[in-house]
Design a binder for this molecule. Sequence first.
Ligand SMILES: C[S@@+](CC[C@H](N)C(=O)[O-])C[C@H]1O[C@@H](n2cnc3c(N)ncnc32)[C@H](O)[C@@H]1O
Length: 325
Amino acid sequence: MLQGVEMSKRDPDRPDFEPTPVHTPVLASAVVEHLAGPEPERERGWIVDLTLGAGGHAARLLEAMPSARLLGTDQDPEVLEHARRRLLPFGQRARVRRARMSSLEDVLHAEGIDRVAAILIDLGVSSLQLDSAARGFSFQEDGPLDMRMDPDRERTAADVVNRWDESDLADLFYYEGGETRARKIARAIVASRRRAPFLRTLALADLIENTVGQRGRTHPATKVFQALRRAVNQEAEELDAALELADRWLVDRGRLGVISFHSGEDGAVKRFIARGAEQGRWRPLTRRPLRADRDEVRSNPRARSASLRVAERLRLERDVGRTRP
Ligand SMILES: C[S@@+](CC[C@H](N)C(=O)[O-])C[C@H]1O[C@@H](n2cnc3c(N)ncnc32)[C@H](O)[C@@H]1O
């Protein structure tokens, strides 16, 4: 979900002389270890990164697999510009395209890719999105209540907050955010929006804080903001589509790695792999999700809640119905 940001040294040659944000991809060594060779197909085949972000994982994978090529996609055009620059040194080996996970199949066809050796899905929001107040993901800085990763989506967080009825809001905060005070917060939102709609992130964050108070070190709006982001970007549906895609497109012994930051997401991935394993189509390579060690969390606190699951697709003769279209 959240990627660490370091500020690179200022480059005085740049006309705007601004620091460039650099991502620290989470669990990057484990991703490389599990997705890279030694299978020849994985060494020389196509890797697809469905959540390219700033291209941190993609660069690490391309470095580790000098004969592989990578297709990196993301739904956010702003973020993709960072990836494009980051992957320039890899020349023709890296292709960067804009797509939602649920429409990736069209991109694979358009690119003439028919065999995929490894797929990486690093879920959630990138720092580039979170740290830009104008995108509306943050409750720390004021911005429009937006939260769309793909700016072409119609529904914003403000639409959800101002239009959903109280019980739907409460369910969303509870099921998608794990917020136990969901009903109280939903009631307060509905009472407040009768006077004026919510348009800014801080107005919503302040209302939540005033309604439930501060408990512990996490901001009281954290879970509601996560739930809103998941609804606006239809994250559960997108993940289901991405897992189905992996099932259809991965070659025999092709590998899938999924990094999640939310117990609901991790549960969905776990169930998907378990179901596939029962049918003999998937082999889990991580019985328990891999977590960042203390050193990584120290240098990148945003890695704290990351879990990585990896599984291998096994293609069987009776599996013909589930191959790519
Ligand atoms: C955690 S960041 C990925 C960071 C990346 N692995 C890196 O090393 O820089 C998640 C990215 O996935 C993208 N994303 C999330 N859901 C998506 C979806 N359904 N389709 C396409 N991109 C998506 C977001 O726009 C964001 O840039």
